[in-house]
Write a protein that binds this ligand. Structure first.
Ligand SMILES: [Zn+2]
Length: 103
């Protein structure tokens, strides 16, 4: 039996994803560390702090003005993702991140 979207309890924000209950939507961290982060964050903590200060402040500024300047926000995020693709997480740091992630 398949549930239509109308029959799903409207108050529940929990929904099954591949057999697990997920409370929020997540995306892969652009730092290639293997973690996932909530959609409203660009990257996980360790990867965010790896980002050069000028890129961090550009993303922060663009995030604050994303309602009035969504293109600028997208460009700042793209610049940061480009930096991550050139500076991926090292195997050592991703191993540490994996142990922190736990179950
Ligand atoms: Zn990361």
């Amino acid at each position: 039996m398949r549930w239509s979207s109308e029959s799903r309890p409207a108050r529940s924000r929990w929904y099954p994803v591949r057999g697990r209950l997920m409370a929020e939507r997540r995306h892969n961290c652009p730092g290639r560390c293997g973690r996932t982060v909530p959609l409203h964050l660009l990257a996980c903590g360790p990867c965010w702090w790896r980002l050069p200060d000028d890129l961090k402040s550009a993303v922060n500024l663009a995030y604050k003005s994303r309602r009035t300047n969504p293109i600028g926000h997208r460009h700042a995020v793209q610049d940061a993702c480009q930096w991550y693709s050139q500076n991926p997480a090292t195997p050592r740091s991703s191993a540490v991140a994996g142990s922190v992630e736990g179950a």
